[in-house]
Design a protein around this ligand. Structure first.
Ligand SMILES: [Zn+2]
Length: 467
């Protein structure tokens, strides 16, 4: 049997026009698919899109044919074609070039009618879906999936999707320009503010991705995640060596999280210099803490070595373990000097050529690194035990998972994935926007016609037609 699909177009004067869209031959022999096949659904959508877009463009052109002041018909200079790319295929549009009316004050003599409506030849929703999907999965896979389910332009390739994603990220970065770098106001202003919400916690950490320029090296990306007891978490990410606006970025994160100027903020970080620079001087009510997770991770490594020493020299091994536990206990209570003393003891125990242990030199190096690490970050070490008892956050173990969520899952899953710094940075912008649930808002701000208020209002349930 045949199914004829037609569109009945009704303009605002109530005049109607019927256009054939497509005729489908469907057999009823019980051997073929019941209902629309994927291919047919794509054909229907594509044809329907073509009809609707052309009708809209024709009406728009017609409505702009006359001068808005004197209502005289403008003369036609010529016309050119636009290839308008949508999620439902490419539609060729005829773009009329008209002469401005003599009564209009305009520098240019002519103008193209559709340019104002569609200055870009990619529909915003196409760019949105491309960017959203490519933020979550590889570019090539994005193209495959889009082609699987939509009658999208057959020549769409990974490079085009990448370009569109980069453009979106550039616009996100441009929007940061209006973002202040520091908290505004002074102590007096802040004191007058209402009582703020519970403290915010921001964890900052670094992750590594493979550099496409020199195959054996990695470069660092910084990720941060903010938490509050009352709101959903927000993430940010950037390439450290590339980004000139890390503080604005962090400020935006805090504002999006609903930070108030007098709200207390706890920054937790690994203490590495590059990460640390970011958080200072930003917020009057902020506290900076060396993340307990990183301290304890290093101590765990040292404990493994000490256990190894136990095999060849049980007495020294036991002594090492005791001293390491004691160092941990001291650091847990914020007692840096005592912790350093215990670590020094460990160092001197191991810096002895008489000690029989195959990895002795490695252990000595690790101990020396640990001592330097604690010394350099002494000012960030707090009484963790006390904070823990009060239910405060003392670890960025949750940020480790952010590195995984923001970076690893998309950028280092496969060993062969390599990135340019710029490409990685752009992807981090759109990816965090997707994970934060902000990408759609970003598009709607730029393309108000995408917002649901504009679109859903004109949707009506179909009316059953009489036979
Ligand atoms: Zn006129």
């Amino acid at each position: 049997m045949q199914f004829k699909i037609q569109v009945v177009v009704e303009d605002h004067h109530g005049e109607t026009l019927t256009e054939d869209v497509l005729t489908l031959d469907k057999s009823v022999d019980g051997k073929s698919l019941l209902g629309l096949s994927l291919l047919e659904s794509k054909l229907v959508l594509k044809q329907l899109q073509k009809t609707i877009v052309n009708q809209q463009a024709d009406h728009y052109t017609w409505a702009h044919r006359c001068c808005p002041s004197c209502h005289k018909k403008r003369r036609i200079k010529g016309s050119s074609d636009i290839q308008y790319r949508t999620l439902f295929g490419i539609v060729t549009l005829s773009n009329k070039r008209l002469y401005h009316c003599q009564c209009e004050a305009s520098a240019a003599k002519t103008f193209s009618v559709l340019n104002e409506w569609v200055p870009e030849h990619n529909s915003p929703e196409l760019q949105y879906i491309e960017t959203k999907w490519a933020s979550l999965m590889p570019y090539g896979l994005t193209v495959d999936l889009l082609k699987d389910v939509l009658p999208i332009n057959e020549s769409l390739d990974a490079e085009t999707v990448r370009r569109h994603l980069h453009k979106t990220a550039q616009r996100q970065d441009e929007a940061l320009r209006d973002q202040p770098r520091f908290i505004s106001g002074c102590q007096n202003d802040w004191a007058r503010l209402p009582r703020p919400d519970k403290p915010l916690t921001v964890g900052i950490d670094g992750g590594y991705v493979r550099d496409c320029q020199s195959r054996k090296t990695n470069f660092e990306v910084i990720v941060a995640k903010s938490f509050s007891k009352t709101k959903a978490p927000k993430r940010l990410g950037f390439v450290q060596t590339l980004d000139a606006k890390p503080q604005r970025r962090l400020m935006k994160l805090l504002r999006d999280q609903g930070m108030q100027e007098n709200q207390q903020i706890t920054f937790l970080s690994e203490g590495a210099d590059n990460v640390r620079d970011l958080q200072f001087l930003m917020h009057p009510e902020s506290e900076h803490i060396l993340d307990w997770f990183h301290v304890t991770m290093r101590l765990t490594v040292l404990r493994q070595f000490a256990k190894g020493v136990c095999h060849t020299d049980p007495d020294t091994g036991e002594e090492l373990l005791n001293k390491l536990d004691s160092a941990k206990w001291s650091l847990w209570h914020g007692n840096v000097d005592q912790g350093l003393d215990r670590l020094d003891d460990c160092y001197w125990l191991c810096d002895d050529t008489e000690l029989r242990y195959s990895k002795r030199r490695k252990l000595v190096r690790h101990l020396s690194d640990m001592i330097t690490y604690i010394r350099n970050n002494a000012h960030l070490i707090t009484n963790y035990g006390e904070k823990y008892r009060y239910g405060e956050t003392i670890t960025t173990a949750f940020v480790e998972s952010t590195v995984n969520e923001v970076v690893a899952k998309r950028m280092v899953k496969k060993q062969q994935m390599q990135w340019s710094r710029q490409g990685a940075h752009y992807l981090l912008q759109t990816r965090t926007a997707v994970l934060n649930g902000e990408l759609r808002d970003h598009f709607e701000r730029r393309y108000p016609e995408m917002s649901s208020d504009t679109n859903s209002a004109s949707f009506q349930e179909p009316v059953k037609m009489a036979a």
